[in-house]
Write a protein that binds this ligand. Structure first.
Ligand code: HEM
Length: 431
């Protein structure tokens, strides 16, 4: 382990010792999280979400709206509030987005596309891919993406055309060939975390939701092909669920991402910013996950997590772990010391407040310290009423991130990326 990694673990570990108090203000009863039926109001999905789930998978994922035309309903004041929120809480957006991506991989129709393109299935590829994602999203947070020439506009054009190339390629090829390419060849070796995850989450669900049937469970199994008949690749459903990945964890659990003092206006602005980003990437208004403001979007977020994402994660197959490890190892170039095990355990025990003994038993002592440190940092930030901690954290973050990203030998990574396919030794396909 490099000295910088060791140093970071010690710092986070010490912070964990200082702040050991568990989070108050837990979102809801465990049953609401782990039992899909209990999460619904009157047994029904929220109406917009119902449409997204029922009609979205068959709807082409891009409306074709021009790139530089703002939606007629855009509200500049709400956009500014959203950007101010992101400026104020950089750690929440970083960790919230990374957690959102792990959770998104549990949606089979999205995971399949990422496997198909093969652009994130080694740590090196994933590093480049997710650095580009962070760059793209960061540019939308910091610049006006409707004005040609701004970084936000250029990124938007790039992402939209990448999406459209992949979407068209997948639609035009013979579907047998596409299906083959959405599978990682070979049988998997290792992958201890997906097995542990299935055990832990299965136990949670059967305790919270004893009357759930095997058939209901199988319907959400991302290990099987349970595709919707007539579904298209990268559909409006997939786009909308991806919007959820960026906003859902943060607005559903703000206090667990250290966002203790955000105002309703700030959170609503964040949701609106993503409503506009979604529109500009081609999401139809009727499938826009963020429509209607903060309150209905929080309800939809809760329902997506409980009825789509967690049941998928509960059946996490080895490819889920493989792709998630590639992302974690790739991001590890940027965030040394924060590996897959630590990130997964933080997501489960801090964000979802879920006991996960099988996952915890896979952690080393240093990894346990890092999780405690993460919990400590988030808890301290949440209680940081006057922003005494937040201001230096924000400054440090702004200074450290560019230094870390330039210290990574990007050119070396690009050169080597095809030669080091399986560095995720704990979970890899045997070719
Ligand atoms: C709100 C929705 C979405 C946002 C904000 C978003 C964001 C991004 C960004 C920033 C990139 C650029 C990364 C790069 O430059 O390499 C990208 C590329 C890409 N995205 Fe999306 N995306 C969304 C939805 C989706 C969905 C639903 C899928 C698949 C089902 C998808 C699949 C891809 C693919 C295949 C690429 C090209 C790079 C690769 O092969 O991995 N995206 N996206």
């Amino acid at each position: 382990m490099s000295s910088s990694r060791g140093g970071l673990l010690v710092v986070t570990g010490l912070l964990g010792l200082v702040a050991v108090e568990a989070f108050p203000g837990r979102v809801s009863r465990a049953a609401d999280l782990w039992c899909p039926e209990a999460a619904l109001t009157d047994g029904q999905l929220e109406p917009v979400l119902k449409r997204i789930v029922e009609e979205g998978p068959r709807a082409w994922g891009d409306t074709g709206v021009p790139e530089n035309t703002p939606p007629p309903w855009m509200d500049k004041k709400r956009m500014a509030a959203g950007r101010a929120f992101l400026e104020r809480y950089p750690l929440a957006s970083l960790f919230g987005h990374v957690h959102g991506l792990y959770l998104l991989f549990a949606v089979r129709s999205v995971l399949d596309v990422l496997v198909f393109t093969g652009n994130s299935d080694t740590p090196d590829e994933a590093f480049i891919r997710y650095m580009d994602t962070l760059k793209g999203v960061g540019s939308w947070y910091s610049s006006d993406f409707f004005t040609p020439g701004t970084p936000g506009y250029e990124q938007l054009k790039r992402v939209r055309s990448l999406h459209s190339l992949v979407r068209k390629d997948m639609a035009d090829r013979p579907q047998d060939e596409v299906r083959n390419k959405t599978r990682i060849a070979g049988s998997f070796k290792g992958c201890p975390m997906s097995a542990a995850l299935r055990r832990d989450l299965g136990r949670q669900a059967s305790t919270a939701c004893p009357r759930r049937t095997a058939k209901q469970d199988a319907d959400n199994d991302i290990g099987e092909d349970t595709g919707v008949p007539g579904a298209v690749w990268m559909s409006q459903y997939d786009m909308s669920v991806t919007q959820w990945a960026f906003v859902g964890p943060i607005i559903q659990f703000p206090e667990r991402y250290g966002v203790g003092n955000a105002t309703v206006e700030e959170l609503d602005g964040f949701v609106h910013l993503w409503e506009v980003i979604g529109y500009t990437l081609g999401i139809d208004d009727k499938f826009n996950f963020c429509q209607g403001g903060l309150e209905p979007t929080v309800r939809r977020s809760r329902e997506v997590l409980s009825t789509i994402v967690l049941p998928g994660l509960r059946a996490a197959p080895p490819p889920w772990e493989y792709m998630a490890r590639c992302m974690a190892d790739g991001l590890g170039y940027l965030l040394p010391g924060v590996g897959f095990e630590t990130q997964l355990a933080s997501l489960l025990s801090v964000t979802l407040d879920s006991p996960a003994p099988a996952v915890a038993s896979q952690l080393s002592a240093a990894q346990r310290q890092a999780v405690a440190g993460y919990r400590g940092v988030m808890d301290s930030l949440r209680r940081d009423g006057d922003g005494v901690l937040l201001t230096p954290v924000r400054r440090l973050y702004k200074q450290i991130l560019p230094i870390l990203s330039t210290s990574v030998p990007l050119e070396d990574v690009k050169r080597l990326r095809h030669r080091r396919p399986h560095r995720s030794k704990n979970c890899y396909p045997e070719l």
